[in-house]
Design a protein around this ligand. Sequence first.
Ligand code: NAP
Length: 526
Amino acid sequence: MSYAAPSTLVPPAPPSGAPRLRLPKLCAAVQGATPAELFERAGDALNDVKFIELRLDALANPAAALPPLKAFLAQRREVTAIATCRRKPFGGNFTGSLNSELDLLLKAAEAGCRIVDLEVESAEQATRPQLARFRAALHAAGAALLVSFHDFTRTKGLDQAASRIEAFQPDFVKVVSTARTLADNLAVLRLIEDRSLSAHVVGIAMGEEGLVSRVLGPRAGAAFTFASSGDGPGLETAPGQVSARTLLDLYRVDQLDQATRIFGVAGNPIAHSLSPLMHAAAFRRENVNAVLLPLKVKALADLLTLVRELPVSGVAVTMPLKREVLPHLANMDPLTARIGACNTLRTGADGKLYGFNTDVAGVVRPLEKRLKLQGARILVLGAGGAGRAAVFGLVERGAEVFVVNRTHQTAVALARKAHAKVLKQELLAKSRFDAIVNTTPCGMAGFKTAMPIKENELNAGVVFDMVYNPLETPLLKLARERGLAVIGGLEMFIQQGARQFEIWTGKPAPESEMFRVVELALRRRG
Ligand code: NAP
């Protein structure tokens, strides 16, 4: 099943009297505690989009915003604005009556808003003649009626919700639910696809899991999608909302079409993953029509449902999914099978999943650039997921690999399986290596232990630290001061991502561009 809008889609005709609107795909929702703050933020949002929603219900006195609203829109004829004044029992903040809500929304339309949002509960409370008068007055003012449904707890009964709304024959049907799973996005996209043939529909699942619906809604036929006006605190008007800039730059929401291939990076937590940024840069540079979305996965089965039904062309998987996914693969390369961990999925033309481990290339390639691996003595610190990829990959290249781990038994088991050697920590000071590879989290920002080994144990020509936050770890700093060659974890991150890009697209990865954008983002994060 595909959620791309059919190419023959004819936009539904507006109900008689409704204004004809040509809308951008992205609307930034703006709220403020005072009219001054609201319009300052609205002005900021216009740097990114020309379509905004003004949440009048977030103001203590929404009526006070009407004169500045009129002035604001009068000076910006190119702007399309939605006015919303949702009442408290229905998920908003407005404490006034139905009559005051209708009165405010009509005045907002007269002040220049081209769409007003009325929640379905209020529409149901209004009498038929009252609603007919309201709609006629809106149309006379040049504004369209959007009727909305919100479920702040789950995604269920979306069709019934849409039917409740359509009973009022609004100009726009907006159905918003809350995603608890990735599959909830499928329900929202299906609703959009079904209903957008006969109505202007907006569908979104709120929450982090619902990002897929925010990004892919317009591609499935939604009239538009919502963003927040910025990334700062207090700018989000709904859970899981991301900024207009992020939707445009990272997820290219205004460019997605039926041919766009969907990729994901799956894990939990996943919100701060740099994979979407890295791959967006690569897709852009290589003119690949694709997007990569963070997928918050609580259960593998949920991810697999999304991958199968959306469909998703490929996924970067993080722990613990790297192991869990193995039984679901139609095939995998022999090294992935031996390591027992797969970090890259590709969906074949047959719909089956194929598995790869690009972490190995992430370790091997940076080292290969600095030394000959055949016969090299390499110490791997740690025997977890990253350690396994390092040990198997380096042994395969003919290196003599020594494993040291906090839990010695784990090192013994790994060394036995990978044909490596195991070393006790107390022997390190007397040993010398061509390279030392740290695969423990020691030195990571916020991690208690700063160094994986003692200063007198740093006996190697090359030091490779997989940790990339901070960019220069205490281990790398010491190595640099000693004049040793150093490899930062960012290089590994880029290398494993570059191989993913190649597996997914068949094109050589633009590694330096990928490196540049991720390094910049890490420096900005501090
Ligand atoms: P993991 O599976 O949890 O393994 C962690 C390893 O570190 C285990 O061997 C563990 O020893 C050891 N360890 C944990 N705390 C320690 C401490 N305080 N002192 C000494 N050893 C300690 O984690 P992972 O997935 O392998 O990731 C490890 C690190 O590599 C993380 O910092 C991750 O960010 C980084 N990484 C980077 C990249 C990249 O692209 N640059 C890719 C993958 C991972 P025990 O067996 O005793 O628990």
